[in-house]
Ligand binder design. Structure first.
Ligand code: ZN
Length: 298
């Protein structure tokens, strides 16, 4: 009798623990986010504080920052405590040194177990040799990426998705320009309520991104104009990817400060980050989008 009662108690505790310890954040509790940076051909030391500011001012996130050692230095002690967070925002970029095997495995475990990730702009230039990273971002550019990295992913003007496996480079962009972003899924939590098309920029319009392109949904595209060194195709601008139980939001926009303070970036970034962490979006599309004032929440 006594044993049975203890077992029942234990059972209900296990159940309660399982229910309450899911890795996704509760719908309304602050999302614990970590920005990782430190090696990027972009000015990570200037963009990270602005990303942090917009996340905190949205009222939805608390944000810590983990900066890796400078390029060429010993990475063996760099090991962010990913498991303490709901979300990791990656602000590393082109030619970033590889993390240690230990750190890469910890990050892979974090995402596989349900952690959220945002791949921000040049993060998809980073780590061409890291198989799991390429699977998390679906597509990336530069760093020697080519047809061996996977297909070039794009859509036609109707949103039909193509995977082009013919030989060629991975990664390109023309001169910075203003461009129109077209939402391809108006029902996804991240894009629901956004105008079907909206302006962004001036910014780099990434093209020719290649990769495994698995478990990826293209939420929004922009036309890459041949007159500006482009492909003539619609290029993915906002994507979601699943990796194990984890959710990844991949935004290719946001080159530098002027670009990330644009309402088009702020709203899609924050909503994408919230979705990656929780699977839901509560942050509204602000009045005046995409020309609302920066920072949000003021
Ligand atoms: Zn850039």
């Amino acid at each position: 009798m006594r044993t049975r009662m203890i077992l029942a108690l234990l059972g209900s505790c296990v159940f309660a623990c399982l229910v309450s310890s899911g890795s996704a954040a509760e719908p309304t509790a602050p999302i614990k986010a970590l920005i990782v940076d430190g090696q990027n051909n972009h000015k990570w030391a200037e963009t990270t504080p602005v990303l942090q500011e917009m996340m905190e001012k949205s009222g939805r996130f608390t944000v810590d920052v983990s900066t890796c050692p400078p390029k060429g230095k010993d990475m063996s002690d760099y090991l962010p405590e990913f498991e303490k967070y709901d979300l990791v925002v990656v602000n590393n970029g082109w030619r970033a040194d590889s993390w240690s095997e230990k750190a890469m495995q910890a990050f892979e475990r974090f995402v596989k177990n349900g952690g959220g990730v945002v791949s921000y702009h040049a993060a998809d230039n980073a780590w061409p040799q890291w198989k799991a990273w390429n699977e998390m971002i679906a597509i990336g550019g530069w760093g020697g990426r080519n047809e061996k990295s996977g297909p070039y992913l794009y859509t036609d003007k109707h949103g039909n998705v193509f995977r082009d496996r013919s030989p060629g480079k991975g990664g390109g962009h023309g001169a910075q320009t203003e461009f129109e972003i077209t939402v391809r899924d108006t029902e996804h939590p991240i894009t629901r309520g956004l105008p079907k098309t909206f302006m962004h920029g001036p910014d780099e319009l990434y093209s020719f991104l290649r990769g495994p392109a698995l478990n990826v949904q293209i939420l929004a595209t922009a036309h890459s104009d041949k007159s500006n060194g482009g492909t003539g195709h619609e290029e993915p601008m906002l994507m979601t990817i699943t990796y194990g139980k984890g959710r990844v939001f991949h935004t290719v926009i946001g080159h530098y400060l002027a670009q990330i303070k644009r309402g088009s970036f702020v709203t899609t970034f924050l909503r994408g980050a919230e979705w990656a962490a929780t699977g839901k979006v509560t942050l509204p599309v602000p009045a005046g989008f995409p020309d609302q004032a920066y920072p949000p929440g003021e």
